[in-house]
Design a protein around this ligand. Structure first.
Ligand code: CIR
Length: 261
C-alpha cells in the first residue's frame, strides 16, 4: 500500500515564504478545494492519505515534502533552510516514525526535501538557498551505509531542484534545461518542458501515472505525444505560494525495508 502524508492548507498561507514569485492574494477556499482534489486524485491512484494536524501558525506547512526524505530503508528528517519552517518537521517526524527508522540532519546542515530527487540508488541534491553543503554532506553520510550515492546538482532561477526537474515513468526526467543542465544527471532519458512554460517540470509520478498541472498545456501535449499517461490537477492557488505538485505530499510504500530484508 502507498501512503501519502499530507497536511491541510494553513489559514496563514498568505504569509508564506517567497523567493522567486511576487506576492499575490491567495484565495484560501480555492486553495483548499484544489488541495482536496489533489488528495482525491492520490486516493484514486492507490494512496492511503494520512493527514497531519492543521498548523494555523505555520504558513507553509502544507508543503510537507520539504520536511523529510523517505527511502525504502529509512527516513531523513530535514532541517528546512527557511528558519520559520523548521517547526513543521516535528509532526512529520512523528508520522514517519510509524513506518521508517528516522535519521535527522543537525545544525549547521540545512536541506529542503524539494531539493532531493531520488532515482534508484542515486540521490540528486540541488545546491540552493535552502540546501547547503553541510546538508548534502550529512545526507551522504547517513545514506552511505544504505548504498545510496548523493550527487550534488547545480541549478538556478527557481526555488528547489524539483522545480527544475522531476522523474517521469520509464526512468525519464522532465526538465527545464534553462534552469538545470541535463548533463549532470548521468544516463537518463530526458524530456524538455515547453520553453514558454518554465514551471512545468514539477510532476508527481505514481506508478505509471503522471499528475500534471493543468496550467501547462504545451508541455502536456509533449508528454502525451511521448506516450505518458497524465492526470491533470489545478494548483493555481498554491503556485502563488511557490508550491507545485511534489511538495504537497510524501509518498512511500508502507512495506519499508529493514537492514534484515
Ligand atoms: C517556501 O518558500 O518554502 C514555500 N513558500 C514553498 C515551498 C514549496 N516546496 C516545494 O516545492 N518542495
Amino acid at each position: 500500500m502507498r501512503i501519502a502524508i499530507m497536511r491541510p492548507v494553513s489559514p496563514s498561507i498568505s504569509r508564506c515564504e517567497l523567493t522567486h514569485v511576487k506576492r499575490q492574494p491567495i484565495d484560501l477556499e480555492l486553495a483548499r478545494t484544489q488541495h482536496h482534489s489533489y488528495e482525491d486524485t492520490l486516493r484514486i491512484h492507490g494512496c492511503r492519505v494520512e493527514a497531519l494536524p492543521i498548523e494555523p501558525d505555520l504558513p507553509d506547512s502544507v508543503f510537507v515534502e520539504d520536511c523529510a526524505v523517505v527511502l525504502d530503508e529509512c527516513a531523513i528528517i530535514a532541517r528546512p533552510g527557511a528558519e520559520p519552517r523548521r517547526a513543521e518537521t516535528t509532526s512529520v517526524a512523528n508520522a514517519l516514525a510509524a513506518y521508517r527508522a528516522l535519521h535527522r540532519l543537525e545544525s549547521p546542515a540545512t536541506l529542503d526535501g524539494g531539493d532531493v530527487l531520488c532515482v534508484g540508488r542515486r540521490v540528486f541534491v540541488g545546491r540552493s538557498n535552502r540546501t547547503n553543503a553541510a546538508g548534502m554532506e550529512q545526507l551522504a553520510t547517513i545514506l552511505d551505509p544504505y548504498h545510496y550515492e548523493v550527487i550534488p546538482i547545480e541549478f538556478r532561477y527557481c526555488l528547489h531542484l524539483k522545480s527544475a526537474a522531476t522523474l517521469l515513468p520509464r526512468n525519464t526526467l522532465l526538465i527545464n534545461p534553462a534552469w538545470v543542465e541535463v548533463r549532470q544527471f548521468q544516463a537518463m532519458e530526458v524530456l524538455d518542458i515547453d520553453p514558454s512554460e518554465p514551471s512545468a517540470a514539477n510532476v508527481l509520478t505514481i506508478g505509471d501515472t503522471v499528475l500534471f498541472q493543468s496550467a501547462y498545456p504545451r508541455t502536456q501535449r509533449r508528454l502525451h505525444a511521448a506516450g505518458f499517461h497524465l492526470v491533470t490537477v489545478d494548483m493555481s492557488e498554491l503556485a502563488k505560494a511557490e508550491g507545485a505538485l511534489t511538495c504537497c505530499s510524501l509518498i512511500f510504500s508502507d512495506q519499508g525495508m529493514t537492514s534484515d530484508d
